[in-house]
Design a protein around this ligand. Structure first.
Ligand code: GBH
Length: 481
């Protein structure tokens, strides 16, 4: 994957959107305030050994109370779009009736954003299912898909006069497979067939929500966000390596883009999972519902990997590469090897391959979204690094994060130059926050949050990104990485 050039100045299209993304559970805190009840992440975080350091989302960044300060900070930085998620457990506690006090929080937030001239971009589901629904089977239960569409309509009734961009699900791969197969994420199950039920019901919930929102208002900008990586075969001449890459592509995103954009699960995927695919899962009409046209595909991109076929040793990740893709039942330790390269890594141990990001966007546009008339927005991209370097002026000098961002944003520009219809870039993330199973130990923020005082302090990367957002251009950098 040839590196994007960072030694040339790059101006983005005039209407390109710049911003930041967050998620409710990771920043809000106030987990039992004004009627909110447990989500699966509240429950999971209390189970011993599931989240590092025993961290929970009870306080998080206390954004629930500090949102005016956070919106003011975004305004100062020059953010034009803010992607946030709403907490299902806050607005429909236990998945049941509407809680006006919970809805009122998002009402205030949206008003605050609009007053600051920031466009709100709402994600309905960023992994925090009401625990009461999990007790009825969660996403393994088909009813959850219908309840999700009802919840979507509630949110639209409350905010649809001011919010025009709506994302149904964030990274349903994580919900289905990290949640129900690998168990690293809530609800922490190891149920292979159940993870396929979750996959289908997440997609079905997406389709019903899109249909309902479109009916409510034909002018909304609607979409879904998926997680993408690129996988390169270690030996491009090896049929076994190529087939391993193909399995990964199917299992990581083909099983979502197939139904959404082509109205069918890929045949190759269905044959990979034939042994565990529940025969009663897909009902007449489901695939048509899931294929409801969408306006935008949100792309979350962090890393890419070189992949080889198994060598019989049973080892997935000889380098300690954090290969959570290995959790899917059809991608077990016996079925793929994640080969380390010389590429730099973030604190997550993820490999940085910005050239792969460009190639991904060009290919998605050409093969998946372009033909469907759907455009792309980067709904997450960013990096975790330790914040241990403090400059003489007291600023956190997160030069590695800035380098990561510069190279990946240059990659987006190269993709646009190659014709990809990419209309925005939303950085992950504004604040250091609750990084799921890693707790507060891994920091992706461009703004530092002191865990004792919760004081917000912009890092050097925030200053750099602010300049980029307000100038709509990447400056030439003297040295290519
Ligand atoms: C996103 O998940 C989340 O949407 C966000 O909430 C989170 O804070 C953020 O990223 C940072 O983690 O390369 O072997 O790990 C990203 C999770 C990471 C899951 C990459 C899929 C691919 C396999 N994704 N992973 S591997």
């Amino acid at each position: 994957w040839p590196a994007p050039r960072t030694d040339v100045a790059r101006t983005f299209p005039p209407a390109f959107s710049w911003g930041v993304a967050t998620a409710a559970f990771q920043i809000e805190g106030a987990s039992h305030t004004e009627g909110r009840t447990d989500s699966i992440w509240d429950h999971f975080a209390r189970l011993p050994g599931k989240v590092e350091n025993g961290d929970t989302g009870e306080v998080a960044c206390d954004h629930y109370h500090r949102y005016p300060e956070d919106v003011a900070l975004m305004r100062e930085l020059g953010v034009d779009t803010y992607r946030f998620s709403t907490s299902w457990s806050r607005v429909r506690p236990d998945g049941g009736d509407l809680n006006p006090a919970g809805v009122a929080f998002y009402d205030r937030l949206v008003d605050e954003l609009l007053a600051a001239d920031i466009k709100p971009w709402l994600t309905l589901y960023h992994w925090d299912l009401p625990q009461a629904l999990e007790e009825k089977g969660g996403w393994r239960n088909r009813d959850t898909a219908y309840l999700f569409a009802e919840y979507a309509l509630d949110m639209h009734a409350a905010l649809g006069d001011r919010v025009t961009s709506w994302t149904t699900l964030n990274e349903p791969w994580c919900s289905a497979f990290l949640g129900y197969a690998g168990g690293q994420h809530a609800p922490g199950e190891n149920d292979d067939a159940g993870s396929l039920r979750a996959l289908h019901h997440l997609l079905l919930g997406h389709g019903h929500a899109i249909t309902a929102l479109r009916e409510a208002d034909a002018d909304l900008e609607l979409g879904i966000t998926l997680n993408f990586s690129r996988y390169a075969p270690l030996d491009p001449a090896s049929a076994a390596d190529l087939d391993t890459v193909r399995r990964l592509e199917d299992g990581m995103y083909g099983c979502f883009t197939g139904p959404i954009f082509a109205g069918a699960y890929p045949e190759t995927f269905l044959s990979d999972v034939a042994d565990i695919w529940p025969q009663d899962l897909v009902r007449d009409g489901d695939l048509a519902t899931i294929a409801a046209p969408i306006d935008v595909l949100g792309v979350n991109y962090y890393n890419s990997w070189v992949i080889a076929a198994p060598d019989g040793s049973g080892e997935v990740s000889p380098s300690g590469a954090s290969a959570d893709g290995g959790v899917s039942p059809w991608l077990t330790a016996r079925e793929s090897r994640w080969i380390p390269t010389q590429a730099p890594r973030t604190e997550m141990d993820w490999e940085n391959h910005p050239g792969a990001f460009r190639d991904l966007l060009v290919e998605l546009d050409r093969e998946v979204t372009g033909p469907a008339g759907t455009h792309l927005v980067i709904t997450e991209n960013g990096a975790a690094y330790p914040d241990d370097v403090v400059a003489p002026n007291g600023e956190i000098d997160d030069a590695d994060r800035t380098t990561y961002l510069r190279e990946h944003i240059a990659a987006v520009h190269e993709a646009i130059e190659s014709g990809a219809d990419v209309r925005g870039y939303l950085l992950w993330t504004l604040l250091d926050n609750f990084e799921w199973a890693y707790g507060y130990g891994k920091t992706f923020g461009i703004v530092h949050v002191d865990r004792q005082t919760l004081q917000r302090t912009p890092k050097a990367s925030a200053r750099w990104y602010s300049h980029l957002m307000t100038s709509n251009a990447l400056d030439a950098h003297e040295r290519n990485a």
